[in-house]
Design a protein around this ligand. Structure first.
Ligand code: FAD
Length: 201
């Protein structure tokens, strides 16, 4: 069976695309190939906050994300423009915090368990759309695909090859990792009295 559905990038987008394809159309399983330049578990700059929506999507795929080491955050507070909002959900956590290296490796293993092939340590160098196929050049040879999914990140090679003249917008992000600390009851009370706009879902 030719591997003619190529997914470039084995992060959450690529793995989720493959898992959904297999769930909807199991007969496509043997045609899917994910190309990933890194090796799991690989680092990824990310705060690791999994939203409730993400958990629901994983549940619908039959996956239990509580298998991944995590901490639950009862509320999330966003500060901006001198204001802010607090997100909380009734009777459950607002966010589940995971480590991306662990989460992505777990999701990749779930994909493999479903029969999806992932080639690690393969870097895509070029993507060439043809009239009837797409040629993907990598440091491990060339692949020909009928369908290509670019899931190689915001500044990935797919975007640069398909949209070579598009300008790139770069955002600078500062991630600060702080020690875990428990919040005292008095702190929590004064925090909730601040002028915030709580979102209850
Ligand atoms: C500082 C920071 C904090 C964040 N915090 C959060 C948060 O708390 N919650 C949240 O939901 N989101 C957060 N995000 C956003 C989140 O990290 C991204 O939305 C998410 O990683 C996108 O997933 P993806 O699969 O599209 O891309 P990625 O996770 O970037 O995966 C792309 C994959 O493609 C592979 N790849 C790239 N180029 C090639 C190539 N040429 N050949 C082969 N493989 C390739 C990479 O190795 C990688 O595995 C944060 C982002 C940043 C920068």
């Amino acid at each position: 069976m030719p591997k003619d559905i190529l997914i470039l990038g084995g992060g959450p987008s690529g793995l989720s695309t493959a898992l959904h394809l297999v769930q909807i159309a199991p007969h496509l399983t043997n045609r899917i190939l994910i190309l990933e330049k890194a090796h799991y578990p690989r680092p990824k700059l990310c705060a690791g906050g999994l939203t409730a929506d993400a958990e629901i999507i994983l549940q619908r795929l039959g996956l239990d994300v509580s298998e991944v080491p995590h901490v639950d955050a009862s509320a999330a507070h966003l500060d901006f423009a001198g204001k802010g909002l607090t997100i909380s959900l009734p009777k459950t956590h607002a966010l589940r915090i995971i480590r991306r290296n662990e989460f992505d490796a777990w999701l990749a293993q779930k994909a493999r368990d479903k029969g999806i092939e992932i080639k690690e340590d393969v870097t895509v160098k070029n993507v060439q759309p043809q009239d009837d196929c797409v040629i993907v050049e990598t440091d491990a040879g060339s692949f020909t695909a009928q369908i290509l999914v670019g899931a190689d990140g915001s500044n990935g090679i797919t975007r640069r090859c398909i949209l070579p003249n598009e300008s790139i917008h770069t955002a600078r992000v500062l991630e600060v990792i702080t020690p875990e600390r428990s919040v005292s009851a008095s702190e929590a009370t004064s925090y909730s009295k601040r002028k915030q706009s709580p979102i209850k879902q």
